[in-house]
Design a protein around this ligand. Sequence first.
Ligand code: NAD
Length: 502
Amino acid sequence: MGNTAAQARKLLADFGNTVPLEAGDLAVHSPIDGARLANLRSSTPTEVEATVAAAQAAFLAWRMVPAPRRGELVRRFGEALRRHKVELAELVTIESGKIRTEALGEVQEMIDICDFAVGLSRQLYGLTIASERPRHRLMETWHPLGVCGVITAFNFPVAVWAWNTALALVCGDAVVWKPSEKTPLTALACHALLATVADELPEAPAGLSAVLPGGSAVGTALTDNPEVALLSATGSSAMGRAVAPRVAARFGRCLLELGGNNGMIVTPTADLDLALRAIVFAAAGTAGQRCTSLRRLFVHESVAPVLLPRLVHAYASLVVGDPRRDGVLIGPLIDAAAFAAHQSALLAASADGGRIHGGESVSVQGAVGGFYVRPALVEMPRQTSLVSQETFAPILYVMTYRELVAAIELHNAVPQGLASAIFTSDLREMELFLSACGSDCGIANVNIGTSGAEIGGAFGGEKASGGGREAGSDAWKSYMRRATNTINYSRELPLAQGVTFF
Ligand code: NAD
């Protein structure tokens, strides 16, 4: 299938990357075969400070560019992404191990958010509000916020940045990106592409978008920088727990998109053919490495004897291998640490009384340095503390239930609250699941799996999943500041609440 390192280098050169690939301490590997792709140099604290300062200067100019012109930059970026979709997806596959169709889908998501943001650039609406005073008017105005720091995870190496950047740019903000230390090459490619487009738009100032390769120390420097008005951080709940208090201590704003432990309930009236396909994609797709991957399945005891054997059979047919190969559905885990976490979760599940189907390690020809596993289904006697944790690997814990209310309670009894789903043909069951006493997640679906969100809706979760919302709906408001204006067009000065004074 070709040498991953050579392919990555050629792709990066084609994107116009100028960052040296052999300069430093940050070794980047392909999960496909473990090959070293590059040795980037991690950004120093001084570089972080200088980059944020340059972004702040760019912001001061960019905020005065009319929003539809800012949208023009994003429109052109979307066009560039369309032209380079295949090449960027190839790099995503090499660096993150996603199969081709999912990598293409990730780039499509970037294009979609650009389209959304272009429309949004003419719709940054504020309200006009009735005033209690005569000849007065209240209104809300949305202004650009400042520098938006973006920290991203390895598993969506480009789309999450694009969700943030497309909105931030039309909202008048500058963006400084700290990509995952596991996937900085795709970040360099995106940055080079955006820089080329920005160079051609006279209103776009230098420093409007920047990338800072490096590990968590670079993330911390960005987190602590007082000129970062909004820190949008995507990653584990542990990362969120580290950054949130630091940003709060300087009264900055945080947008957190953290870990998930997503559940699905399959009721007696479910269409099992649909449920089967949804479960397999949500739990095994992307090798279980999506924040929205399905990890907990609650099946009604009357349908479990039919559904489980079908699931076991479907799982056994999944082709595990080099994600560049046609027909492969399950690519590698990201690295050795992910494999170790996978192994120890299965050991613990077994000790908790779990019955494991699959989960074995798979050796893939020509990819000796990669970590490949067959997705695992684990029949659990109950929701143990292991099941309450997110293990970022293709492990689906299956439990049975008798009463829907009890199943919903169990579903909600974990720290995370990202994505959820119910499969049912019963209107009452569906409405209960979507109601105030139903799923406690930011995403609650019916007859569709937990993963694979569209950009039109606001994306994010509750509790340890962070509480942030990105992408569609009114998520743009996080990237702007709101001013409430009271305008008096009378010749009097009435005070609110009837107060009299001077
Ligand atoms: P991670 O938490 O290890 O790293 C994520 C990013 O945070 C990286 O760029 C990392 O360098 C940085 N980071 C880590 N510690 C930091 C700190 N103390 N200060 C500042 N930056 C820090 O996560 P990962 O392994 O790359 O990704 C997998 C995790 O991300 C899973 O938990 C997954 O559910 C979650 N995730 C969530 C979403 C979402 O939208 N909710 C999307 C993708 C991934």
